[in-house]
Design a protein around this ligand. Sequence first.
Ligand SMILES: [Zn+2]
Length: 229
Amino acid sequence: MRFFHSIFNLFYPVLCLTCGNHLVKNEYLLCSSCRHKLPETDFCNTPNNLIESTLQGRVSIVAGTALLYFRKKGIVQSLIHSLKYKNRQEVGIFFARWMGNQLKESERFKNIQGIVMVPLHPKRYKQRGYNQLTVFAEELSKELEIPVYKDVLIKVGKFSTQTKKNRFGRFEKINERFHITDNDRLNGKHVLLVDDVFTTGATLEACASELLKTAKLQISIATMVVSDY
Ligand SMILES: [Zn+2]
């Protein structure tokens, strides 16, 4: 916990990540003006939204949501890039607080008991040095007052995943394989599976299918952003 606190202080931003203006009280990472320009989805309160309709017939989930639409060359892309490749974990904190508030107010995400992160391949983890979802999941866990189930799901198989064009003409990862390590902890639970970006849903489908080998497990999905093109 002490370790996490010191990391948190390190992540305390003073200037807006996008426009560089000084942040005032109750602003975190982005100033209000930049934040209001973000393309919100309102999926939290929208049944049969893009995530749910994309996964329908592929894997069974209770509900799915994302905070923002992914837009190339916009603020959203720069947020995700900073988090994923520049280790700017304050972006994860920013998304987690926002997501936490939305989930707590939503009738569709009641009774979630724990969080599971999409894992990185061990070689990718070694290469990058961190999983970009760890701080996000820890902060979301504090917001929702539920645990993160760490290491219950691992990524296995070849490191470099091939991609191929799917029936929508978009590239998706194939042969992504995950393995569940601890069914007992998940037995009978309703878990929130989290990732940064939802594109074709292939990764989340592979993770959810593996997790659903657990008895009486229910899964909802939350990602920071969703690509709708
Ligand atoms: Zn700003």
